[in-house]
Design a protein around this ligand. Structure first.
Ligand code: AMP
Ligand code: FE
Ligand code: FE
Ligand code: ZN
Length: 318
């Protein structure tokens, strides 16, 4: 089979097990020709991934994933072809990661109250320079012997409505979509089959959502069909990827699986071009810019455009 594309993967810059270069080398072995690196709240893996990919004839799609919480569930938004080097966008990601650090402190306090003492430093020792999150907390819990596996940690304690999960204080899903549009990127609703909140799709489309992650290891054939139809009806791009995190992360996906043809990447590039031609301020209902994001301009971001001020204060919603 000709090489395929994989538009969802993680590195040690967030909660993946492999460094960016190792991930790209694995992609080469799996005959992946186009790989999107989509770390949580981080683009730190991109420079090395792009450099390594040039040695293997692999194309890297620059991306990221923003996780947001809604009552009882999580909505993850992927962003592709964002203007990731813009200073305001990097400042925004730094604030996202600062909230992740604060959240780890809140989660370990909660676990300690629940009789499983844990320190934030034990968690940070696992994630090192990466973007800390529950997968690192889960690994620290395994190390302490509180649970046998990362999966058990999520199932018993850390899942969206679990007793030790503490919601984020940052973005709403609509704000996540809006910030990706503002950064000139293509916002895509990640693995909607896991989120089980399809009723939110219309308001996300209003905010500028441009795609749905349709091809996904945990989506059934019926779900894939339904999301393809939804994409056709709403003029969204149907993307897909493995969400590869590597072993020991509690996730069982294989890089490059499911097989996704190159046409899906071509559709994504076409959508990115369309959005850039429209300019960023033309979501169907112009979303309010997150504080600190730049005001809409008539043209797409280009070199030399002045950097708007950073900062995007938290929005406590609970
Ligand atoms: P956080 O970054 O704290 O929002 O944690 C979300 C991450 O946890 C996801 O991106 C997955 O990598 C991982 N995750 C979510 N659910 C599970 C699960 N049931 N088992 C293992 N990992 C999970
Ligand atoms: Fe993850
Ligand atoms: Fe996700
Ligand atoms: Zn992911």
């Amino acid at each position: 089979m000709a090489g395929g594309v994989d538009l969802h993967s993680h590195t040690t810059a967030s909660d993946g097990a492999l460094g960016p270069r190792e991930l790209v080398r694995l992609a080469a072995r799996h005959r992946v020709r186009v790989l999107a690196v989509t770390d949580h709240d981080s683009t730190e893996g991109l420079p090395e991934a792009i450099d390594e990919a040039s040695r293997h004839g692999i194309e890297i799609v620059p991306g990221l994933e923003l996780n947001t919480d809604v009552p009882g569930a999580e909505i993850h938004v992927l962003g592709y072809y964002v203007d990731w080097q813009a200073e305001w966008f990097q400042a925004f990601l730094r604030e996202q990661r600062a909230e992740r650090v604060a959240r780890v402190h809140r989660i370990v306090e909660r676990l300690t109250e629940l009789g499983m003492p844990l320190t934030a430093d034990e968690v940070f020792a696992i994630c090192k320079e990466g973007s800390p999150g529950r997968p690192h907390v889960a690994q620290a819990m395994v190390k302490r012997g509180y649970v046998k596996s990362v999966r058990e940690a999520f199932d018993k304690w850390l899942r969206a409505d679990g007793p030790a999960n503490v919601p984020r204080r940052r973005l709403t899903p609509v704000e996540a979509v809006a910030v990706i549009r503002r950064a000139g990127g293509v916002p895509v609703l990640a693995h909607p089959g896991l989120a089980n909140r399809d009723e939110m799709v219309p308001e996300l489309v209003e905010a500028g959502l441009a795609g749905i992650e349709t091809y996904y290891p945990e989506h059934s054939v019926a779900q894939i069909t339904a999301y393809r139809q939804m994409c056709a009806r709403l003029d969204l791009v149907a993307t897909g990827g493995s969400d590869y995190h590597g072993v020991h992360t509690g996730r069982a996906s294989t890089l490059g699986s499911p097989h996704i043809p190159l046409e899906v990447w071509e559709d994504l590039k076409r959508k990115a071009g369309e959005l850039r031609n429209q300019g960023q301020g033309t979501a169907k209902r112009a979303p309010q810019p997150p504080d600190g994001a730049p005001e809409p301009t008539q043209h797409a971001h280009g070199p030399g455009e002045s950097d708007p001020p950073p900062s995007m204060p938290g929005h406590p919603r609970h």
